[in-house]
Design a protein around this ligand. Structure first.
Ligand code: TTP
Ligand code: MG
Length: 356
């Protein structure tokens, strides 16, 4: 099995960027999303702010009155309702490139990039995701790629906004050790300040710190913290219960532009994923096909049915339709098929039907 490659994607100043996109006059200005500042007397907090506003010291969670005093000429906007819809569209887009993903907040997801096999290939996939989000949604994001979840999250922060940082097993330690200790997920502003007081400033300092000292501050989290700092964390995507999708892909021994060869391979993959579907006693709602051309340009599309199905005809027919939509005639390196939106039999219904 290949060693895992994990990605972390996080949209840049998400709510603020959506407002700026929808009102280009705001571009380049400090924009603050939050409650009404009432000329410095407002209650409530900053939800987020543009990177221009951050130059004045503003950040999420700051009292809105303080934000107003620090930057009274900023444009203050009340949070809108559209953010959830934009988020949902972005998550669908990301899933087209990386079906095995785990959304963790409105603008953040972990990606299992292991099937890219190499770090350069994972990076190309990340560039494509960034490009698609920019073209389709007019927004930028930052992506980190690393051997584990925690390092991917650290990496995505390094060159924000619009960053892409890859930490390979070889560069991991030398890159993360000089970073502030608060770069580790779970070390908040407050505990970061306590660490600084004790002379623990960087991730490297955490790695070398006496565990007892860390336990005094972080209790049970200290061991995990030091594990991350020393480069031993291996966490991947969280187990999300019964699998929500079944996917297979194959790289051709040599790249091919023969549509019959490609179709035949897809057919084989389709019967293999269908076998797995039947074995799980599940049906699926969505069939997705992925084609990676020579040079790693990847095209994928998914089609969903109104009713879940498990028949070979439905899966094959949908697979072929998508394939001919995606097919450009150029040499192909890899093809894949994925069944998602899995529906499992309701255990209560199944039991009842045994008696009827
Ligand atoms: P974040 O990803 O934490 O922040 P961000 O996307 O605005 O900025 P960054 O470039 O640093 O990633 O949060 C995503 C959105 O969640 C953010 O745009 C607004 C909302 N949010 C709140 O409403 N309150 C909060 O305290 C935080 C942290 C975020
Ligand atoms: Mg964000």
């Amino acid at each position: 099995m290949n060693p895992q490659i994990i990605g972390h994607i996080d949209m840049d100043s998400f709510y603020a960027s959506i407002e700026i996109r929808d009102n280009p006059e705001l571009s380049g200005k400090p924009v603050v999303i939050g409650s009404d500042p009432q000329e410095g007397h407002g209650r409530g907090v900053v939800s987020t702010c543009s990177y221009e506003a951050r130059k004045f010291g503003l950040h999420s969670g700051m009292p809105i009155s303080r934000a107003w005093h620090l930057c009274p000429h900023a444009v203050f906007i009340r949070p809108g309702k559209k953010y959830a819809q934009v988020s949902a569209r972005i998550m669908v887009l990301i899933r087209e490139f990386v079906p095995d993903m785990e959304q963790v907040s409105i603008d953040e997801a972990y990606l299992n990039l292991t099937e890219c096999v190499s770090y350069p290939a994972a990076e190309l996939c990340a560039w494509e995701i960034k490009k698609a989000i920019r073209e389709k949604e007019g927004l930028t994001c930052s992506i980190g790629i690393a051997p584990a979840r925690s390092y991917a999250k650290i990496a995505s922060e390094i060159h924000k906004p619009d960053g892409l940082v890859t930490l390979t097993p070889d560069t991991l330690i030398s890159t993360i050790h000089p970073l502030p200790a608060s770069s580790i997920p779970g070390v908040g502003r407050k505990s970061g300040a306590i660490l600084t007081q004790k002379g623990i400033r960087t991730i490297g300092d955490i790695a070398l710190c006496d565990i007892q000292k860390l336990q005094d501050i972080f209790g049970g989290y200290a061991v995990r913290l030091q594990m991350i700092a020393t480069g031993y964390d291996g966490s991947g995507l969280k187990d999300r219960g019964p699998s929500q999708s079944i996917g297979r892909d194959t790289t051709f021994a040599s790249d091919t532009d023969d549509p019959y060869e490609i179709e035949e391979m897809l057919s084989e993959l389709a019967s293999s994923v269908r076998y797995e579907l039947i074995r799980k006693k599940a049906r699926c709602r969505t069939v997705g096909v992925r084609i990676r051309y020579t040079g790693f340009i990847t095209r994928s599309r998914a089609v969903s049915w109104l009713h879940p199905d498990d028949s070979a005809q439905a899966i094959e027919r949908t697979m072929r339709t998508i394939f001919f939509e995606l097919w450009s005639g150029k040499p192909v390196r890899l093809v894949g098929i994925r069944l998602s939106g899995l529906v499992y039999p309701d255990p209560v219904q199944t039991k009842l039907s045994q008696y009827s």
